[in-house]
Design a protein around this ligand. Structure first.
Ligand SMILES: [Fe+2]
Ligand SMILES: [Fe+2]
Length: 212
């Protein structure tokens, strides 16, 4: 294909394809993680849950769809500090972690099979068996729960040690916590507390200075 033909072909491509796929010669090259995200976004269960949620405390944006949009902007702001693979993994986490709130049982512990985290993990497990991604989806609200426990009783240490043990990729986990926690509706206090708790105990180049 001549360069001008390639330019014309590219111009006529649907925007979504141009924006989320990389092209090499005449071939469409999607990374493994981009393929997973594309499958997730095409899934009916994912699509049916996006409009769940009214504006409420901690989530003035309301719907899951608006939460995802806000997190995509946060991810864009951290992108230059992250590897291409980590950006793609974080997008998968952004699009799955809270998407099953509509189907969840309210007020149950994070580990409950019907919590929004467990349902999100179960859904994501249909597309990947990567434990780094699955563990982060399951435990994404654990730091906030630990902060609440610390405020209520100060007895959070055992559960914190379990979390430190459970998460293998601390760069990914801490980057995701910033993306999910630095929104208009959330105070930065739990995040600042959590970074203070783990900074000398885990191996990560993501620091409190990354907060948005
Ligand atoms: Fe959540
Ligand atoms: Fe979230």
């Amino acid at each position: 294909m001549m360069p001008n033909e390639r330019r014309a072909e590219k111009k006529n491509r649907p925007f979504a394809l141009r924006a989320s796929h990389r092209y090499h010669e005449n071939e469409l090259i999607m990374s493994r993680y981009e393929q997973i995200l594309s499958q997730i976004r095409s899934d009916e269960r994912y699509q049916n849950n996006l409009d769940w949620g009214e504006p409420r405390s901690g989530h003035p944006e309301g719907s899951v769809r608006c939460h995802i949009d806000e997190l995509e902007i946060n991810l864009g702001r951290l992108k230059s500090r992250l590897s291409e693979d980590d950006v793609a993994k974080l997008r998968i986490l952004v699009h799955t972690h809270d998407t099953f709130k509509a189907e969840s049982k309210r007020g149950v512990p994070i580990s409950h099979p019907r919590s929004h985290s467990s349902l999100a993990k179960e859904f994501l497990a249909q597309f990947t068996d990567e434990s780094d991604l699955l563990d982060i989806v399951q435990l994404h609200d654990e730091p906030y729960a630990l902060w609440r426990k610390f405020l209520a009783s100060g007895r959070h240490e055992d559960r914190l040690l379990e979390l430190i043990d459970a998460i293998a990729d601390w760069n990914l986990f801490l980057a995701f916590l910033i993306i999910d926690g630095c929104t208009k509706g959330k105070t930065r206090e739990p995040l600042i507390w959590f970074f203070d708790q783990v900074q000398d105990r885990v191996d990560s180049h993501v620091t409190i200075h990354w907060l948005i």
